[in-house]
Design a protein around this ligand. Sequence first.
Ligand code: PMP
Length: 394
Amino acid sequence: MEKLFRKAQKYTLPQEIKKMGLYPYFIPADGIIGPITQIQGKPTIMFGSNNYMGLTNRPEMIKAGCQALKDHGTGCTGSRFLNGTLDLHLELEEKLAKFMGKEAAVTFSTGYQTNLGVISGLATKGDYIISDSLNHASIVDGCRLSYAETKVYKHNNMEDLERVLQSIPANKGKLIVSDGVFSMEGSLAPIPELVELSEQYSARLMIDDAHGVGYLGDHGEGVGGHFGLMDRIDLVVGTFSKSFASIGGFCVSTEDVANYIQHHARSFIFSASLLPPAVAAIIKAIELIEKSEDLRKKVMSNARLFESGLRKLGFETGGSETPVVPVYVRDELKVFKVWKELLAEGLYSNPVRAPGVAEGDELLRNSLMATHTEEQIQDALDIYEKIGRKFDMI
Ligand code: PMP
């Protein structure tokens, strides 16, 4: 017992950072997380959410959630496998499969659980998982949980991926896994090359499009649609906690694969099902996203406006192509200092350091919403300019 808890007693880093007045986590917001969010009683420009389509405060979403709460109560108290399936869950899975252009969908209680369950359920002893070095933590943990062997290739480096593929015996099961939009850098995975290589080496391709579904593609179906290659991606996973403004995760693929996952993904089987108000809000979000080309375009134009403004000011942004716009600080203490001053000026961003990014790549993660106004974006640029000069970043 003593030995087990000793490391907890010795772990004082958060307290030290708190003493410096720089602790950036668990800061409560009041009310709804929207383009302007009340943080500690102060209206603040919210550049730290994943609410890309700005749907969290849409009256239609709130109405759908309230109605489901009345109709189905506060929870399902069981796994989808047993008593936890409502008509609503089936309706969602049917709508989602159509929306994503795939045969079938399986929904999970979070995106994190989706990756754990799908990867460890599908790839087993004797198989290989080939994973991008910057993939999300939930993919990394899914690989750890699987009995397959994991090999990592350099981020978005197709030569390195091919080298790894060549090193694996031809007759082995192979699953290539990549984020669709990388969650800290805002860069896109090279889907055409991933598709080509997966086909050439008889590997299956799984894309985690948590950050791309909602605004990319013909109608929000994500990075597969953006490249016109959805039919050649074997499996897409995603989350409802970003553009869909709710909570939960999903996987879409063929009927066979969905059926297999329903019966082998332990995080699906051994965990309670999605809450009724969440499911109803997601169904509404799909409808809204499909018909809101204006919002899908707006989130991208907002992001380009902000990113080009930052670049003109002289910030290092890494050339993001999506609503995720990083500002590199490259110093683990300075990133907290800059974050604190931005917040004091009325701008909420997320400071990210290892293990969220590699050491030396510390950054402020900004994410734009379709519902930010151009005036708010200009205010955010003015704040960045003021603080950037103070910290010799520009
Ligand atoms: N995959 C990626 C790429 C993510 O960024 C996230 C969340 N940050 C997840 C999966 C997990 O999603 P959720 O929040 O629904 O657990």
